[in-house]
Structure formats: structure tokens, C-alpha cells
Design a protein around this ligand. Sequence first.
Ligand code: AMP
Ligand code: MG
Length: 505
Amino acid sequence: MPKEQADQQLHQQTQNTPLFNFEHSYSELPANFYSHVKPAQVEDPKLVLFNKMLATQLELETKDIPEHILAQIMASGESLTNSKPIAQAYAGHQFGHFTMLGDGRAILLGEHIANTGQRYDIQLKGGGRTPYSRGGDGKAALGPMLREYIISEAMHALGIPTTRGLAVVATNEPVFRENTFPGAVLTRVAASHIRVGTFEYAVRLPEPEAIRILTDYTIERHYRQLAEDIHSENIYVAFFENVMLRQIKLITQWISVGFIHGVMNTDNMALSGETIDYGPCAFMDVYDPSTVFSSIDRDGRYAFGNQPAIAHWNLTRLAETLLPLFHEEQNASVEIARASLARFPELFERELDIQMNKKLGLHKPNMKTGDNKEIIQNFLKILFDSRADYTNAFRALCDSTMEQPDFFNNDDFRQWRVNWNNRLQQLSISQAAAMQSMQSVNPFVIPRNQRVEEALLAANEKADYSKVNHLLQVLDKPYATNPKHLEFTREPGDTMQNYKTFCGT
Ligand code: AMP
Ligand code: MG
């Protein structure tokens, strides 16, 4: 059979057995929550990354699909008869300023339902123009899409809730930014793409019931246990507080591994509690809470140490949208919102305390917040004063394969170590138990900026994906000591001192 005919036949087969088990619950929301769109056609797509592990987890049958057809599917949803592509409408506060936004270059193909009943958004990022594209071209460049894929997979491997990358397709079409770059589409998998900005959009719609409809939808999708909990007096207040708890958990996990999101606008905060929208994000190397990598974050609004305050700020914007639901009287509503938001600092401190105790092997159930505050603070001060690498400092405490950081020879540190050992003894935690538990929370390897850049450079300039693939493999088991990967634990050195990241467009 000629190749063309064989392809045609396969094409038909894939149409008969769609790759995804799609539902479209988002399209059942009122029509102003989204727009029907058609992904841009891509003439000659090439599949450059495909996440086999994730495909297995999603129960996708891909083995009989030839690569070029899979590339077409991941580039434009081509041949998926059961997709109903939409772009979602949303708004957001960007660097503190309110704007109407929406998916300007992302297209939701549908919600894939796995056998477990779990629902996953399947979205094409870089899939073409939509009614929300404003002046943009709806496209994405290869570098930023690979970057999102690498960092989000690294976050997943670190055990941090995140959207994920199923595939990256090179479109073989140029995209025009400050320079010309190769184009790409990222297939993104997310629990959903409902953002704080979606609520900011809903509450401004002319229909007053829109915010309740969206909230009920979000509860059903991400906080279903609340609907079943007979103790929750006001489900909307309980909903808000649970969103807050998930954000607190998420951001303390970011802090634990030194992650800086870089652009925590309200449209980049997901109600599911997943990390979303990897743009100028990066991992901190030298410990300094004022660290900023993003080229557009001139005032350090989204600096490492500002992330808790920004989460609180974003949650305040969310609470404002929920005022009509908290209580029928506005004053009472505002009081409820105030009381909930006022719990943030204490809840945050408790969660961060747990994370930091774990990082130093000092965690015990039933511990009071702040029991080890001095030891934690003193260690961080030593790191700050000696400009130590955050990741390697914690790992070196529990992993003898690591090179000893210079500050290990300082008197301050020697004294600190004595205090730390005493504290472990007081808590009846053996050295061996501490080392083991510390290794499970202090990564051996993270996506270091220089490694990410070098992998992206080879991909961008030479279409050489070997470094990207190797990096992905190294980052797959970040808590396991692997002497073969020691070079990936190296600190960046002076060459990366002025390292800047850019928004992923
Ligand atoms: P982000 O910085 O990725 O969170 O995007 C902020 C907003 O700009 C979102 O509404 C995006 O959909 C939109 N946007 C970003 N890049 C493009 C593009 N190339 N074309 C159209 N819209 C875009
Ligand atoms: Mg965004």
C-alpha cells in the first residue's frame, strides 16, 4: 500500500479511536466564560518531546500511532473528532494592575477523563490566535515551551503540585519576537486552568449569578469534599479557606526547594493549587530572599522572599470576588473575608515551620510552631552571610557525597552544628534517621539555570535535543544521590551572576 494511503487509513483509525477520553464540562458554563476557537494548522510539525510516563498515567494508547500523526495531534488537535477547542476568558492583576486577559495563545482541547475518574485539561500552548490574543500572534517560541516542560517536570519530580508537559512539537515556523525564533506548541496537562483571574472576570460580568456558577463549578471540580462535609456552615467560606490552605502548602513547598515563580499575577494562580504558567521562573542558587531573575520584575515584587506576601495579596483579590457569596449583607461579608484572610500569616508560618523543620531533620508530629525557630533562623543567617548555595548547603548537611561548602569551616557554622546535634538528641532523633529524612526533602539536584540554558541553546540553535533529554533524565529522581550526576549539582559561578529570565512568549 502506498505510504499516503496507509497514512490515510491510520488517520481514519485514530479518528475512530480518539486518543483522549474527552468531556467538556467547561463549555457548559455560560457562553461568556469562553470562546470556541480553531487551533492554527501546522504544516510540518515535529514531535521533539513526548512524555511517555505521563501518557501512561493518563492511559493514552499511543503505541500504534505513527510519530508524524502524533505530532499533528499535539500541534493542532488534528484528527481528534471528540475535541471541542475553546479559549478561556479571564482577567487578572498583572504587577498589581487589573487587566482583561483570556487565553491569547492557549487552546483547551477538552478534559480527558482517566479510568480513575480523574479529570485533566489538555491544552495547546502556542496553538494560535483567539479572541483574547489582543495584539499577540497566538504563537509560542520553542525555548520557552521547552523551558516550561523541563521545569514543570522537575517540579513534579520534586513532589510539588504542578501542571505538566505531555509533548513539545516544533512547528518549523518562525515566530517573531525581539528576534526570530523557532516556533513550538506545548501540550499542557492540568487539573484545570481556573485561575484567581477567572473569578475576577466572573464577578465583573453583567450577570450577578456568574460568580456563583463559577464557584460551584470549581467546588465540584476541585473541592468536592466540601459539598459532602455537613459541618461546613457556609460552603463558600470553607471553599475560600481551603483554597488559601492549598496555596499556603504550595508556596511553602516552593520555598523549601528555592523556587521563584517570577510572575505571580492573579491570572497565574490556579485554584487547583497547582503551580501554573512557567514564564520567568528559576531556582535560587545563592541564598538571598531578595533574589529576582525576571527581567520585567524591576521592583522585586515577585522576589523569592516576597512570595508569601504576594500569595496573601492574590488571595485578597479572590476574597473580594467572593463577597457576594459570603453573606447577603456586604458589611458582614467583608468581616468574614477579613477574618479568613487574617488567618493567613499564622497558617503560613505553621506550614513553613514544618517544611523548614523537615529540611533540618527536626520534624516531629505534634511539635509547636517555632520550637526550632532559632536553629532554623541561625542556619539561614549563616547561608546568607556566607553567600552559600541554598540547595547544596542543605544537601551537604545530610549527604557526604556532596562537596563540602566553604562555610562548613566557619566558626559560626561549627557552633551551629553543635547546637543542631544537641537539638536532634533532645528530640531523640538519631543521626541516621535525620540524614535519611533530610535526603527526602532536600534535593540532590535541581534544574540549575546554567544547565537549563545550555540545553535550550543546543535545542534552539542546532535542533539538538540530547541535552534537554539528558537534563530531564537527571531531574527525574531529584532526591536520590547519584555520583554520576555530580556535575549537575555544581553552582553556577560568576558567569551567571547577572542571569535574567524572560516571560515565556
Ligand atoms: P503570560 O505572561 O503567559 O501569563 O500571559 C499573559 C497574557 O498574555 C495571557 O492572556 C496570554 O494569553 C497573553 N499572551 C501571551 N503571549 C501571547 C501571544 N504570543 N499571543 C497572544 N496572547 C499572548
Ligand atoms: Mg498566564
